[in-house]
Design a protein around this ligand. Structure first.
Ligand code: ATP
Ligand code: MG
Length: 580
């Protein structure tokens, strides 16, 4: 792996981010080198003032003045360059990384979201990228700059006096070895801390989202007790992590301090012996004092980078996920959906669909029925390639969906999900998601067909009313009608309706079904429903049973067979005929 590849993976950087990091590191080095200049001026001044013959530069005060001014200008200029290149470009890179991650998430199969908690993903996009930002603005460029500065100073010192050079520099490799050697221990602490922080964040999120159910079940107190215990866990993990990091860094910094002692001892000895004179001794102490500060900083930076490694790994993990790819060229021969010996499991263990084969024809309404948890929703979503199959294949118009780009494929589907998702924006915008660029009139027309008119007119700002997170200000049936309006607006050739009218009252359902039946002509319609009246107009019934197709045929055929479907119809007729 090349250095470029390695650095990019290590910091989860884009190509542009890598170039920026390289540039900002170069400017950091330049800035650190500019810091050596005042030391050199001081060195010359001391030599001149002390009148040492070996280093008598014979410079006038105005020479020093000019050198000081030049040095200040040089330092200011390099500082400015370094600042611009690290901070401004890094913030730009952070934005790019966040956009890149969001783009990547958009392309990932839904199975990925089943494994990851949304809070975890949010933390990666916001928190982990912030850590990456710190690594790029502070830790890494400063570390490299300081190391080059230290190397330059080290060479100067050794050239000046090899014995004192050794006396000053011996602790450097030991100090760095201590901090670098602590990597495994520190990584372990960081990992545990992050996991606990994440578990608390998820807990808080879950608590807020499910406040209603917690209160209804009088379980708020118990839930909070669990959450508080997790918070205590974070506290102890943070203290331990901080302690571990501090123990290594402080020990390393302490070892560095021994360098000053050994330099003073060695210098004193050489001075007494007459091997060096007072000037050399003083100059040395000046150089040494400028040597350890950046090194102390470097040790802290290394520790910070070690603890940020986990954050970078989490970012890289998203980058490494395989995306669902496929051809954007999709020219189906009609829109028949064919399930051909489909096998599927969510977790590679329990098969939800074992062997499912049926055809949903264009121009017909196919109803998928069966007991709860049997895989109806799963089958409907597989038809739109929400997940890839474990076996068999699904074709649309003769084209295998596994070879079609998910977005291209989805452009052919209007879907109303069982669990409606709405956005915290206006009714108008929520419906318009169905077709970008639809006019207000078009939106209102489909809203009327989906029986939204009535309740929207009662909202304070009508179609411009903001409906709260996931439509919190609306009833279940109202949310469902908005979702239906959205699907009607999209007007795609394939329509998937998963319990689309389950929350509506009988009258409303009849009206909405009329609207849907107007639009479903010549389309492929796959309906999932429990209520028999919802599917009474279906052309074909497919009954899922034990992960396979138990029976299929027209309602008339299945009634005649007297199997599961006939039994379900009989049971529901009995319950419909109930009385108080
Ligand atoms: N995202 C998921 N990850 C893991 N398992 C899942 C997921 N979604 C559903 N399942 C499981 O797959 C099985 C089929 O679920 P599915 O939602 O398809 O059933 P369904 O027939 O639509 O049920 P219902 O009539 O209650 O809506 C269930 O056992 C369910 O627990
Ligand atoms: Mg379902």
């Amino acid at each position: 792996m090349s250095l470029r590849e390695y650095t990019r993976r290590r910091f989860a950087l884009s190509e542009n981010g890598y170039r920026n990091l390289r540039r900002s590191t170069a400017f950091c080095i330049l800035y650190d080198i500019s810091m050596i200049v005042p030391v050199m001026i001081l060195f010359m001044l001391v030599c001149d003032v002390m009148g040492d013959n070996r280093f008598d530069y014979g410079l006038e005060p105005w020479h020093y003045l000019v050198m000081c001014v030049v040095s200040v200008v040089f330092m200011t200029a390099t500082y400015r360059l370094q600042y611009d290149s690290t901070y401004f470009t890094t913030y730009k890179e952070s934005t790019q990384v966040r956009i890149g991650l969001a783009e990547k998430l958009r392309l990932l199969p839904l199975s990925y979201f089943g494994q990851k908690d949304p809070t975890d993903l949010t933390t990666r996009i916001m928190g982990d990228v912030t850590m990456q930002e710190s690594a790029m603005t502070h830790w890494f460029p400063q570390l490299i700059g300081a190391m080059i500065y230290t190397a330059a100073m080290g060479v100067l010192i050794v050239l000046f006096s090899p014995v004192m050079g050794v006396a000053a520099l011996w602790p450097v490799p030991i100090a760095f070895a201590i901090v670098l050697g602590s990597r495994r221990v520190q990584s372990g602490f960081t990992r545990r801390k992050m996991e606990r922080v994440l578990s608390v964040t998820e807990g808080v999120q879950e608590c807020l989202e499910n406040m209603r159910d917690l209160r209804a079940n009088d379980a708020g107190g118990r839930y909070l007790d669990g959450l508080f215990a997790k918070m205590d866990g974070v506290e102890s993990a943070e203290i331990k992590g901080e302690f571990a990091s501090a123990a290594f860094v402080v020990s390393a910094q302490l070892i560095l301090k021994f360098g000053i002692v050994t330099t003073a001892i060695a210098g004193g000895y050489l001075l007494v012996q007459g091997s060096i004179d007072l000037v050399v001794f003083i100059v040395f102490l000046i150089l040494i004092s400028r040597l350890y500060d950046p090194m102390n900083m470097s040790l802290q930076n290394i520790a910070a980078m070690i603890s940020a490694e986990y954050n970078m790994e989490r970012l890289q993990e998203i980058e490494d996920q395989p995306v669902q790819t496929g051809s954007t060229e999709f020219h189906p021969d009609g829109y028949d959906i064919v399930f051909d010996h489909v096998r599927f499991s969510y977790d590679d263990r329990t098969e939800v669909l074992r062997d499912v084969s049926f055809t949903a024809r264009q121009g017909e309404v196919t109803a998928l029925i069966g007991p709860s948890g049997e895989g109806k929703t799963t089958a409907a979503k597989l038809a739109a390639r929400f997940w890839d199959l474990d076996g068999g294949r699904i074709t649309v118009g003769g084209v295998d969906v596994s070879g079609i780009d998910p977005e291209t494929l989805l452009s052919c589907y209007s879907i109303v999900f069982q669990d409606v998702t709405l956005f915290n924006t206006t009714v108008m915008d929520n419906i318009r998601i169905g077709r970008k660029g639809a006019t207000d009139e078009e939106v209102m027309e489909v809203a009327r067909l989906a029986q939204c008119d009535d309740f929207v007119s009662r909202l304070p700002d009508g179609y411009m009313t903001v409906i709260g997170e996931n439509g919190a200000k609306l009833s279940g049936g109202e949310r469902q009608r908005i979702s239906i309006a959205r699907a009607l607006l999209k007007d795609a050739p394939i329509i998937l309706l998963d319990e689309a009218t389950a929350s509506l009252d009988t009258e409303c359902e009849t009206q909405v079904q009329q609207a849907i039946s107007e639009l479903v002509r010549d389309k492929t319609v796959l309906i999932v429903a429990h209520r028999m009246r919802t599917i009474e107009g279906a052309d074909r019934i497919v009954v899922l049973r034990d992960g396979t197709v138990g029976e299929q045929g027209s309602p008339r055929e299945l009634m005649a067979e007297g199997g599961t479907f006939a039994n379900m119809v009989r049971l529901q007729s009995m319950s419909d005929g109930w009385s108080l």
